[in-house]
Design a protein around this ligand. Structure first.
Ligand SMILES: Cc1ncc(COP(=O)(O)O)c(C=O)c1O
Length: 318
């Protein structure tokens, strides 16, 4: 008898057939549609989250990293954007878990909750426009290189909080990031570093930034228009507890990047990623720095559930 090989779906088909949550019901990605006049599509009036889940081969377990914290931020963002998410944090966590189980992921994965102004109307405002809520999941590998990133300081300044709420993961704000990222990639770099309107280092296009300089680890404060990252908070905790390193939050000037011993990005997507070059100047000796690499490996141990001490940051799916 001939054996047929198991059918492997290509990524697009797999996505079309995957389970999503859309306006209160589980459905398939291919059946969750929105119209062309949808408010958020025209005016950028959406908010989203990005959450990673890590597959632990030894335990056959998928661990979601800091799941409630992401929904806590999302509910805060909803308030700022005059949106209503009709679910509590425990409900949102339960829906996410149900989706990962239904989609049977046994690999590193990503959860993308999205709330958006859904009315199909012409008119720029936030109030009296109804909201839709969705969660989509997908398999997910690395977002940026983890072995040494070459960066440039972008000519696009990070949006200021007096212009739009930079603490939100508002879809419209990501035009700012997209402009910076494309500028960097098209100039032959891997990632952009954005400055605030008054010239201080803010962050990468989708990552918070840290520098190591004169024996101190420094990161820009929230008042320098950064997204208050959950990974930023996670690695600050790990550095304090596991390395005895207290991170200093203060404004950073551009030339400090050139004189740093180490520079690294952190974020849900980027995880812990060493920066080895800024504006064609080597960071330190041009190789990923020792603190960064120690933190990267510690972070991998924590997020994959290998480090039992931080299991309460993880939600097991199976
Ligand atoms: C602009 C921006 N900054 C920083 C981050 C890092 O945030 P987090 O660690 O919560 O993923 C992200 C990613 O979500 C981002 O989009």
């Amino acid at each position: 008898m001939t054996q047929t090989a198991p059918v492997r779906l290509d990524a697009a088909t797999r996505r079309e057939q995957s389970w999503v949550f859309f306006n209160g019901a589980y459905t398939h990605y291919a059946d969750a549609k929105i119209g062309l006049l949808t408010h958020a599509l025209n005016y950028g009036t959406g908010i989203f989250e990005g959450i990673r889940a890590y597959w632990n081969v030894e335990r056959s377990q998928l661990y979601v990293l800091r799941l409630p914290e992401h929904f806590e931020r999302m509910l805060q963002n909803a308030r700022t954007m005059q949106m209503t998410i009709p679910h509590s944090i425990p409900e949102l966590c339960a829906i996410s878990m149900e989706l990962l189980r239904r989609n049977e992921y046994r690999e590193d994965s990503y959860i993308r909750p999205l709330c958006f102004k859904a009315d199909e109307i012409i008119g720029v405002k936030l109030h009296d426009v109804s909201d839709s809520f969705a969660i989509v999941t997908a398999p997910m590998g690395p977002y940026v290189g983890t072995e040494g990133i070459r960066t440039m300081v972008s000519s696009w300044r990070r949006i200021d909080d007096t212009m739009a709420p930079v603490r939100t993961k508002c879809t419209g704000l990501y035009v700012n990031s997209a402009l910076a990222k494309s500028e960097a990639l098209q100039a032959g770099f891997d990632e952009a570093i954005m400055l605030t309107h008054d010239g201080h280092v803010a962050e990468g296009s989708a990552e918070n930034i840290f520098i190591v300089r004169k024996g101190q680890v420094i990161t820009p404060p929230p008042s320098d228009n950064i997204l208050e990252g959950i990974t930023r908070q996670t690695v600050m905790h790990l550095m304090l507890e596991e390395m005895g390193v207290e991170v200093l939050e203060r404004s950073i000037d551009r030339t400090e990047l050139y004189n740093s011993d180490e520079v690294f990005f952190v974020g849900t997507g980027a995880q812990v990623a060493p920066v080895v070059e800024v504006d064609r100047r080597a960071v330190g000796d041009g190789e990923p720095g020792p603190l960064t690499m120690r933190l990267q490996s510690m972070y991998q141990g924590v997020v994959s559930g290998k480090d039992a001490k931080y299991l309460d940051w993880l939600t097991p799916v199976y």
